[in-house]
Design a protein around this ligand. Structure first.
Ligand SMILES: CSCCC(=O)C(=O)COP(=O)(O)O
Ligand SMILES: [Mg+2]
Length: 237
């Protein structure tokens, strides 16, 4: 892995997750299949719960926004009671989640549901969040040098906290000063980086953003945030 010095003036480091702190394979071959395989059973088990109904409501709203897209799956309202009606709505939610995941969509609605579903996978020990081996030592050095370290992922804040709270390196949540997800805005829009800077209380040019996705790096740079592709994890010079 290549290394670059942290540029002068950087006070905060903002880290992407998939492809930066964590192998893409872990997300694509462990986390996402867990959702595909368990979503139907999860919905049946949790349907009556407020949180699950909120998640379904968000997915339904997203489905309305997506109605013009090729292959989009609408989610009907439950009209009346009865097993058949429940079955019809759950089927639509499952098909919608599968459709969104086939396109690797990063909608807040999908990511909220995923975060809630992964709770059980981590808590039972079925899944442990994978972290590249150079990540924890790098973060410790940045912190020792007085820098703040934040996460910005399309995965929900809850999903991030699970991944780092139940990780192969143990619970490493104390290494982070805060977490951001798509509620602050999409990672491919420059305005999101301005909002993050305002929330952290520094200028965008005091932030170094590390990601594996060039479109995200370009959006950050448009906001005058320094961005670097994660293949070149910076070290302290
Ligand atoms: C942190 S939860 C699992 C990752 C995830 O759902 C995802 O979409 C990854 O997006 P990222 O912005 O971290 O590349
Ligand atoms: Mg990524």
């Amino acid at each position: 892995m290549g290394v670059l010095p942290v540029p002068a003036g950087v006070r905060a480091i903002l880290l992407d997750v998939e492809g930066t702190t964590t192998p893409i394979a872990f997300v694509q071959e462990t986390l996402f299949p867990y959702i595909r395989d368990n979503v139907e059973q999860y919905l049946r088990a949790h349907w009556e719960e407020e949180e699950c109904q909120r998640d379904v409501g968000l997915l339904r709203q997203q489905a309305q926004e997506d109605s013009g897209l090729d292959g989009a799956v609408p989610i009907p309202l439950e009209s009346g009671s009865g097993d058949e009606e429940l079955e019809r709505v759950i089927r639509a939610v499952v098909d919608n989640v599968h459709w969104q995941m086939a396109l690797d969509r990063k909608t807040t609605a999908l990511k909220q549901l995923q975060g809630h579903m992964w709770r059980a996978a981590y808590a039972t020990g079925l899944v442990k969040g994978e972290i590249f081996e150079d990540v924890v030592p790098a973060i410790r050095k940045w912190r020792e040098a007085g820098m703040k370290v934040y996460i910005y992922s399309s995965g929900s804040v809850e999903a991030q906290k699970l991944l780092f709270g139940y990780s192969t390196e143990g619970d490493i949540l104390e290494l982070f000063d805060g977490h951001f997800d798509t509620k602050i805005g999409p990672k491919v829009e420059s305005e999101s980086y301005r909002r993050i800077a305002a929330s952290i209380g520094c200028d965008t040019n005091n932030i170094l953003f590390l990601t594996d996705v060039p479109r995200e790096a370009n959006a950050a740079e448009e906001a005058d945030t320094t961005a670097s592709l994660a293949a070149f994890l910076p070290k302290l010079s």
